[in-house]
Every structure is written in structure tokens, then in C-alpha cells.
Write a protein that binds this ligand. Structure first.
Ligand code: BG6
Length: 512
């Protein structure tokens, strides 16, 4: 099979993007800054239209002003410092609409067709749902009713959906069913912004473009794997959304399960959306859910942040949160993967808010040496470990033993390190949304979640949530904001003589 030229950088063909929820936070902080970056980097053709649609009242002019503010605040390229802004903003338009008003989608279509005609843009259309998840299906159906879902013979029509995709397995199935009544699966692009992060993509390059790690990447050499996505921010103003979602729906069902799949999957035969996603689904289906009462108690932890002396935030006092809420803001899970590569190797996953620092890291601990020659300092001999640091300090650390200088045979572990910032300069990495929006325009779905991936992930998360809801799980525990999480999570690993690692965060000299 001829190899695709992956090194080639393709610019977007002429296209239109209709952003539903254009007056909201996502468009303000992420989408508009990403589109402007693509424009500044000459990755968009000159012919494009951005049509914002939302309930709020805006004119084209006042919408442009709002978007400009967002880009100024959150963009890599600032309108005030960039002479391309005027050009960019002349392609921004706004159409007021109520999402549940099917009739309103006809004038939207007419406006879009008019703009396409005026600007010479082919009917290549992206519809971005930056609206509350409860109305995803309705907006998709209304697009269908206005004949905007069907692919135009001279163009494409694609639907981009933000997470969360459903609130459990059943609602995700129902949402898929309704969306598929108007858009086929290959028109649907489900965003998980973690897949757009440079370093998450780099995980694949690291695994599959180097010969020395893959032979060790299995049960014969790996003792266990940890995936930590730790955040210092508390729930803040997102209380009413978060109290319904909790850490399992907000972080595990999507971001952590994606990281698990990319770490554990078999090598795909090619960098191709189908093969890549087939491998991810295969490994996700092999993950065993801790769903029996015993497994739930030993292999899952759920917790909430609570400040004992009131010096930090307490989840139950956040605006929009039920004062008796049982929603976890932290969870730790042990998964086993039932396949030949990983049988018996624990995968420990944890994520939480209001912790001591922000770090996303994957830690692979290798097995101990089979026989030790050195009997001094042996008790301290740490096995080899590889830390893959995804954010905010992107890089890799490999831990190994060396001899401490001097008499005797004392050993000490040292780190071999690689940092992106040192190797490639301090230049800001592209925003995840830049990559994902461009891929969606180009029709490359490799970094988007497919229906069966979402379902495989929900099967696991749902089993745990159901177990917790039925009272079979561990009790909710509490942790101090600004700590590294609850004692129960440390105990989960200590039961098998293991401990959590936070090597990426500490290495950079951050304060704990
Ligand atoms: C989002 C979650 O998907 O990811 C947030 O809804 C979380 O709660 C965020 O803070 C973390 O993303 P990042 O890119 O900052 O790691």
C-alpha cells in the first residue's frame, strides 16, 4: 500500500462553518482563537465564511466585536498586533436563532447560501454544536429538516459535536440514533480536545517510530501503568454542569479513556482514521470493568474536595452545587486489560480537581531486575520507569540506576530527560482546536472519536457509576484542596506495594 504523505501540510479548502452557541464561552475562548491562528498561519483558503448562530441578539458588527475580545484574550495571535484581523473579521457573520424553532433553520440556510454565493465559497459546510448537550439531537434534526445535513454534490456537510456525548450508555446510544437519522457516521466528528494536543499525538510517534520501546511494552517487562490527569482548578462557576457530570463523565469517559487506549493499543498498520480507531476500540473492549461489589471496593475510589478549616474551597459550597452532593470531583480506578499483551498488568487511572498542581502524565513502571548483585542500598533500588509528560511540561523522563561515585557499590536512580521546550524552543504549541478544526475541514477523522469507541468507553464508566449508585462501591471520601488527593487513592496502590508518581510536575521545580 503506498504510504500517505503525512509530512505534507494541507491548507483548508474553501468552507463555511456555522457555530451554534456562537455567543458562548467555547466560541469565545477556543474556537475563534483557533480559527484566527489557522488564518494567520495561512492554513485557511481566502474563501471562508464563519456564521455564528445563537439565541442572543447581535448584529454582525457587535458579534465581531465580541469575538475580537475573545481572540485578544485567548488567542496565540492578537488582533491588536496583527494586520490580518480586518481581513479575518470581514468573514464573520451572525444569525440570531432559537434552536428549537425548526422554521428558523430555513432563513439560516438561505443566509448561508447567500454568503457562499457572494464569497465564492463551495458548499463545504461544518456545523459546530457548541450548545448545551441536551439539545444536540434537536439541532441536528433541525439541520436535517432544513436540508442542511445531506451532502451537496459539490461539497460536504459535517457535524462537529463537543463532549459530553450522552450521560450514560443508554443516552449515548439514543443520541447516536437521533443524529444518525440525519447525519451518517462518516459525517460526524466528535471532539475530544485531548486528541488535538501535540503531546498526545506524540505518544503515538514515541511508541511507533522508535524500535527500542515497543518490545518492552507488555506484561513481560511492565509492572504497571499510571495515567494521571490532575488539575489545580476547582469547579468554580461550572457547578451546575459539574454536579450532574462529576469527574467520571467530565474526564474519565473521554480524556482518560483516550489516553488509556493510545497507551495500550496494538500498532495500527497505517496512520489512517479507520485503522487507528479500530485498534482503540479493540483495546477498550478488552478492558475489564470493576463492576462486582468486591472489585468496586478494591479497584475504585471516589472523593470530593473539602476544606477542613475553610481556607480553601469546599465542593459542596460551590455555586450551583447541591449542599448534600455525592458527586465525585476525584476518582482513581484500577483497570485490567484482558488480552495477551497486558494480562495481569494493572492500569491505575486518576483525575481530580482542586489538587496541588496541574499535570497530565503517563507513568510506565518496568519490572524489577530478576536477580540483584548489589547488596548495599538495595532496599532503595527503584525499578526503571518511563514518565511521559503531556502537560504543562511536555517531555519524557527515563529512570535508571547508576553507581554512586566513591567506594563500595551503592546505586542511585537518575533521570534521563527530554523536554520539548529545550529541543524545539519555547514557541507556543498550536492549540488543540487548531489541529482539530483543520482536520475536520480536511475530512481527516483520525483524531475524532468514533461511535463504537464512545460506546466501549461508556460500557466501562457506566458499570462503575451504576455500582456506585447502588451503594456497592467504596464510600465517598474527602481530600483537602491543594493536596494530591485522598488517602484512599494512596491505599489503593499501597495494597500491592505501589505508589503514585508525580515525576513530571515535581521535576520542573514546581512547588507542591
Ligand atoms: C474539559 C473538562 O474537557 O477538560 C474540564 O470539562 C477540564 O473540567 C478540562 O478542566 C481539562 O483540559 P486541559 O486541556 O486543561 O487539560
Amino acid at each position: 500500500m503506498p504510504k500517505q504523505d503525512l509530512a505534507a501540510i494541507h491548507a483548508a479548502p474553501p468552507f463555511s462553518i456555522v457555530i451554534f452557541g456562537a455567543s458562548g464561552d467555547l466560541a469565545y475562548r477556543k474556537l475563534a482563537p483557533a480559527l484566527f491562528s489557522l488564518f494567520c498561519n495561512e492554513l485557511m483558503s481566502d474563501n471562508f465564511v464563519i456564521l455564528g448562530a445563537a439565541r442572543s441578539e447581535f448584529t454582525d458588527e457587535s458579534f465581531r466585536q465580541r469575538i475580537r475580545k475573545g481572540v485578544e484574550e485567548f488567542g496565540r495571535f492578537k488582533p491588536s498586533e496583527n494586520d490580518k484581523w480586518a481581513d479575518f473579521e470581514s468573514r464573520l457573520f451572525y444569525q440570531q436563532l432559537h434552536y428549537d424553532d425548526q422554521e428558523a433553520f430555513h432563513p439560516l440556510r438561505q443566509r448561508l447560501e447567500r454568503l457562499e454565493k457572494e464569497r465564492g465559497v463551495a458548499p463545504n459546510r461544518l456545523f459546530y454544536l457548541a450548545v448545551p448537550p441536551t439539545i444536540y439531537a434537536e439541532v441536528a434534526e433541525n439541520l436535517g429538516a432544513a436540508e442542511l445535513a445531506a451532502q451537496h454534490p459539490d461539497g460536504f456537510s459535517r457535524l462537529i459535536i463537543e463532549k459530553p456525548f450522552g450521560t450514560d450508555l443508554q443516552s449515548a446510544e439514543e443520541l447516536n440514533r437521533r443524529i444518525h437519522s440525519v447525519f451518517s457516521e462518516d459525517q460526524v466528528y466528535r471532539i475530544d480536545h485531548y486528541l488535538g494536543k501535540e503531546t498526545v499525538q506524540n505518544l503515538l510517534v514515541f511508541r511507533f517510530a522508535n524500535a527500542i520501546f515497543e518490545p518492552l511494552w507488555n506484561r513481560h517487562y511492565v509492572d504497571h501503568v499510571q495515567i494521571s490527569v490532575l488539575e489545580s482548578v476547582a469547579v468554580g462557576y461550572r457547578g451546575s454542569y459539574y454536579d450532574q457530570a462529576g469527574v467520571m463523565r467530565d474526564m474519565f469517559q473521554n480524556h482518560l479513556m483516550q489516553l488509556l487506549a493510545l497507551t495500550a493499543m496494538e500498532p495500527p498498520n497505517a496512520w489512517d482514521a479507520t485503522q487507528l480507531r479500530d485498534e482503540k476500540v479493540k483495546v477498550l473492549r478488552a478492558v475489564r470493568a470493576p463492576s462486582t461489589p468486591g472489585a468496586l471496593r478494591t479497584n475504585t475510589v471516589r472523593a470530593q474536595y473539602r476544606s477542613k478549616d475553610g481556607s480553601g474551597p469546599t465542593y459542596r459550597q460551590e455555586p450551583g452545587v447541591d449542599p448534600k452532593s455525592e458527586t465525585p470531583t476525584y476518582a482513581a480506578l484500577t483497570f485490567f486489560i484482558d488480552n495477551w499483551r497486558w494480562q495481569g498488568v494493572p492500569f491505575y487511572l486518576r483525575s481530580g480537581k482542586a489538587l496541588a498542581g496541574k499535570t497530565t502524565e503517563i507513568f510506565i513502571q518496568f519490572r524489577e531486575v530478576p536477580h540483584l548483585l548489589f547488596n548495599s542500598g538495595v532496599a532503595d533500588l527503584a525499578p526503571n520507569a518511563l514518565s511521559i509528560c503531556l502537560q504543562p511540561h511536555e517531555g519524557f523522563h527515563l529512570r535508571f540506576q547508576t553507581k554512586s561515585p566513591g567506594a563500595g557499590m551503592r546505586t542511585r536512580d537518575v533521570d534521563m530527560e527530554f523536554h520539548f521546550a529545550t529541543a524545539f524552543g519555547e514557541k507556543a504549541l498550536p492549540l488543540a482546536y487548531e489541529r482539530l478544526l483543520l482536520d475536520a475541514v480536511l475530512g481527516d477523522a483520525s483524531l475524532f472519536s468514533r461511535e463504537d469507541e464512545i460506546m466501549a468507553s461508556w460500557r466501562l464508566i457506566d458499570a462503575i457509576l451504576k455500582g456506585w449508585d447502588s451503594g456497592e462501591g467504596p464510600p465517598l471520601s474527602f481530600y483537602e484542596p491543594g493536596s494530591w488527593g485522598p488517602v484512599a487513592a494512596d491505599n489503593m496502590l499501597a495494597a500491592s506495594n505501589r505508589a503514585w508518581s508525580i515525576s513530571c510536575f515535581l521535576d520542573q521545580g514546581d512547588e507542591t
